[in-house]
Design a protein around this ligand. Structure first.
Ligand code: SAH
Ligand code: SF4
Length: 353
């Protein structure tokens, strides 16, 4: 049995006759929320039977979901082979209504998707790293996470969500499938999520950033920087030994990005480790000439982690320095802390918990 969500519409057209049926199937899956092939009432019975025998459209089984006080919801899914992944729904803005009850602004959501089961990179601060690497997700397993969360939370088809590849895994270590997921998301007969709403976050695999750039997908890029000198970054993120800071900055400078958009630099603040004003100074220098946005993240503690969260005062001091030197800098109010859905807290869980 194969996952039908793994296919681009153009690929479906290669084996489904007549070709217009491919579009109908796409619409059933992505627009009309079909749960099974039997729902696809405008397909001939023979085709439905044929599809049923060879494909499935439900690669994810929900094992658990947990809602945080701040509204974010973490899902634990089981894949067909029994492996598990996590996906997080992050409400960014809530719905507003005027006195007449008319909606003046729709709710806005971001979906944080996993790209691998586990991760190979092994960053010192990250919980996902602790479980090691298990396998890549297929394109369809990535796409299914957004489809599932939209349906489950009754987010209307027309409401476009943002997608961030910031869940479990290093997306650029699974570039082929991630790039395919970006394209499947983008299809107007599918979820129609523009690449400009999709952000790929990487620990800095310079050669893969270059490849991603050459693919010209139109996605946004986020770099998990976390340290501004190689000595420290080598220790925190082993990938830095293969691709040092200079090579990452080089790859970023050459990355094709929409003129109106910025490259995001994520900077995880760890008390006494990388939160000094001298680090802020070096950071500003590093970013010289790059249209960058810095996102400061509080370290999220987890069991057995050796790092501590910095004080809010230190965060603000760091932020003020960066802002004062002309670089946009925000402090991410980490969501989902109370349910371990925050960044770096996602890990494969066993079924029985
Ligand atoms: N592998 C990719 C994408 C997934 S990680 C990457 O590293 O960019 C998503 C973000 O969570 C990264 O910026 C990562 O560095 C951060 N993160 C990891 N561990 C964390 C922790 N304990 N607290 C807060 N953020 C963490
Ligand atoms: Fe992998 Fe990202 Fe975690 Fe590093 S921070 S181990 S790259 S998921």
């Amino acid at each position: 049995m194969k996952n039908l969500l793994d296919y681009l519409q153009s690929e479906l057209k290669e084996f489904i006759e007549p070709k217009f049926r491919a579009k109908q199937i796409y619409e059933w899956i992505y627009k009309k929320n079909a749960k099974s092939f039997d729902d696809m009432s405008n397909l001939p019975k023979e085709l439905r039977e044929n599809l049923k025998q060879n494909y499935y459209i439900d690669p994810l089984k929900k094992l658990k979901s947990e809602q945080s006080k701040d509204g974010s919801i973490k899902y634990l899914f089981e894949l067909k082979d029994g492996k598990t992944i996590e996906t997080v729904l992050l409400p960014m803005k809530s719905e507003t209504v005027d006195e007449d009850g008319k909606i003046t602004q729709h709710a806005r959501y971001t979906v944080c998707v996993s790209s691998q089961v586990g991760c190979k990179i092994g960053c010192a601060f990250c919980l996902t790293a602790k479980g090691g690497f298990v396998r890549n997700l297929s394109a369809g397993e990535i796409v299914a996470q957004v489809l599932y969360l939209k349906n489950e939370n009754n987010i209307p088809y027309e409401r476009r969500v943002n997608v961030v590849y910031m869940g479990m895994g290093e997306p650029l270590n699974n570039l082929e499938n991630v790039a395919k997921a970006v394209k499947i998301f983008t299809d107007n007969d599918g979820l129609a999520i523009s690449p400009r709403r999709q952000t790929i976050s990487t620990s800095g695999l310079s050669s893969q950033i270059k490849k991603l750039g050459e693919m010209n997908l139109g996605v946004l890029l986020a770099i998990s920087l976390h340290a501004v000198n190689d000595e420290l970054r080598d220790k925190l993120m082993p990938i830095n030994r293969a691709y040092d800071i200079a090579s990452v900055m080089d790859a970023v400078r050459n990355f094709p990005i929409d003129m109106r958009k910025r490259v995001m630099f994520e900077y995880l603040m760890m008390d006494g480790v990388n939160d000094h004003l001298s680090d802020a100074k070096t950071l500003v220098k590093l970013l010289h000439g790059i249209k960058a946005k810095v996102n400061l993240i509080y370290f999220n503690p987890h069991e057995g982690s050796e790092f501590k969260r910095p004080s809010p005062e230190n965060m603000v001091k760091f932020q003020d320095y960066v802002c004062a030197h002309g670089v946009t800098c925000t402090i991410r109010q980490s969501k989902g802390l109370d349910i371990s859905a925050a960044c770096g807290q996602l890990k494969e869980r066993s079924r029985v918990e």
